[in-house]
Design a protein around this ligand. Structure first.
Ligand code: SF4
Length: 305
């Protein structure tokens, strides 16, 4: 459920510092405390990739002992409150035209990572999470493609007292068990459009599962942050935005809405993968358009960022 371009595990072996919105980048060799929106990679040192054979690996994945992981990052003020370890899992059933990380779409492109190794990494950052009010965010791709792994990861984090968040489109919400919901403090729900036809044009899939999942999360009492990617000529239609805002306003546990302006940071990855990128000519939205859309959400009494 990626809204920013992230490096792969291999790329992270040589840490690649980058940012989300033009702010200076800090290479994270020491824990970050504070409230900047800096995003920085943490590398892969200390995590061992399993050497299980393919069939054994598959069995371990089904049991949730092994995950297919694209990358991870230590970030501040994105993907949830405080400083977070965001883990990007591989595999996604959607094909968003604006996807910034199309290399997360296929699960086979991920690296096998043992649950216990990932939990050991979570444990290493517990003090940072404590100081900053941060925690673990499980993202993707679509994390609910690997429900057993995510379920055990969340449980392990909760056993350590770590705040947990799930970054999802909600399309596979049926894969999220009640136990998993109980282990979640926050759901970052991407509502990519309010009009079903636009949703299908953007993602190639149906909108309804997302709407259903959002209602279920809200009914469980779990906090939700909604994300909406604003793409000129694709998702910016007033009626489409209005439909998203109307829906979000019915979810009582939504505490913020993030309107994320489209950018071209993922373009090169589409080309590298030999995939057709349809938004080549699309520009970032003008500030006036961003403000109009944010205003539409605010008009429904929502807190907008
Ligand atoms: S295809 Fe869509 S849902 Fe899947 S990772 Fe890309 S942006 Fe996220």
């Amino acid at each position: 459920m990626t809204t920013t371009a992230v490096p792969t595990l291999r790329e992270q072996a040589t840490p690649v510092a980058r940012d989300r919105c033009g702010a200076p980048v800090v290479d994270l060799t020491v824990p970050v405390v504070g409230g900047s929106s800096v995003r920085s990679t943490a590398g892969t040192a200390g995590l061992e990739v399993s050497e299980a054979e393919r069939s054994e690996r598959f069995a371990q994945m089904r049991a949730g002992a092994l995950g297919s992981v694209h990358s991870w990052e230590l970030v501040t003020a994105v993907d949830g409150p405080g400083t977070r370890l965001t883990v990007f899992l591989s595999g996604c059933p959607l094909r968003c035209l604006y996807c910034h990380n199309p290399d997360t779409m296929e699960m086979r492109r991920g690296e096998p990572v043992a649950l216990e190794d990932l939990l050991a990494r979570v444990a290493r950052y517990r003090a940072v999470f404590g100081v900053t009010g941060g925690g673990l965010t499980v993202s993707g791709g679509e994390p609910l493609m690997q429900p057993a792994f995510v379920s055990r990861l969340l449980r392990g984090a909760k056993e350590m007292g770590v705040h947990t968040a799930l970054d999802t489109s909600g399309f596979l919400g049926a894969h999220c068990s009640d136990a998993m919901l109980e282990d979640l403090d926050l759901v970052l729900l991407d509502v990519k459009s309010g009009d079903p036809d636009t949703y299908r044009r953007v993602t190639g899939r149906d909108l309804q599962p997302t709407l259903d999942f959002g209602r279920r999360v809200a009914a469980s009492g779990t906090e939700i942050w909604v994300r909406f990617v604003l793409v000129p000529g694709l998702t910016d239609d007033e009626a489409n935005v209005e439909a998203v805002a109307r829906y979000v306003a019915t979810l009582p546990t939504v505490t913020r809405v993030e309107v994320l302006p489209f950018h071209q940071m993922g373009k090169d990855k589409w080309e590298q993968l030999g995939m057709r990128y349809e938004l080549e000519e699309t520009r970032a939205p003008e500030p006036e358009l961003v403000e109009r859309v944010r205003g539409q959400f605010r008009a429904h009494g929502l807190t907008v960022h």
